[in-house]
Design a protein around this ligand. Structure first.
Ligand code: S3P
Length: 182
């Protein structure tokens, strides 16, 4: 099967990079981690980009590298958690591929990010006791954008077969709808 681009979105800690790597091997799809792409091009870590260029500078780079992806090349892309929420990136992704939201609860996300706080500029400055509240608030803010994804998966129940099963189901439903005549 020939796939369109697939964009994995969701909050920090939802497993986009982890599952992206597993699924790309499983399905023999080329893989891009958008944060790593930006880091390689800028020659510094996301954390240093935030320090040197501010969040605006990082969001510019994010937009630039996302827009470089060609339409319909079957690339599986793990996006940074904020990527869909800036610069009309979500609209662009929906036009240029299938967007999959890995959905998780704030507590689940907190449990996953807690060990990696120093690498995450948005969480670094937050007092530990307030992290859960911060995640709840940010997730609430981002929810309307994340929910525009064509496919929503529960991040807790993912397996290595899940992406191929989901896409098969999604495309067979789409084809069925397309073959129904008015
Ligand atoms: C961000 C998420 C990070 C990274 C940057 C900003 C966000 O990516 O892009 O620190 O705004 O949610 P991950 O979601 O891969 O951690």
């Amino acid at each position: 099967m020939k796939y369109p681009n697939i964009f994995l979105i969701g909050f920090m800690g939802s497993g986009k990079s982890h599952w992206g790597r597993i699924w790309s091997e499983e399905m023999h799809l080329p893989f891009m981690d958008l944060d790593h792409e930006i880091e390689a091009a800028e020659g510094m870590s996301v954390e240093d980009i935030f320090k040197k260029k501010g969040e605006d500078g990082f969001r510019e780079a994010e937009k630039h590298h996302l827009r470089k992806i060609k339409n319909n090349v079957g690339l599986l892309v793990a996006c940074g958690g904020g990527a869909p929420c800036f610069s009309e990136n979500m609209t662009w992704m929906l036009k240029n591929g299938v967007v999959i939201y890995l959905k998780a609860s704030p507590q689940y996300l907190l449990d996953r990010v807690i060990e990696e706080i120093p690498k995450r500029p948005l969480l670094k400055e937050i007092n530990k006791a307030e992290l859960l509240f911060f995640i709840q608030k940010k997730l609430e803010e981002r929810k309307p954008v994340y929910n525009r994804a064509q496919i929503i998966l529960d991040a807790k129940t993912l397996t290595k077969e899940r992406l191929s099963e989901t896409l098969q189901e999604y495309f067979s439903q789409k084809n069925k709808k397309a073959s129904v005549r008015p």
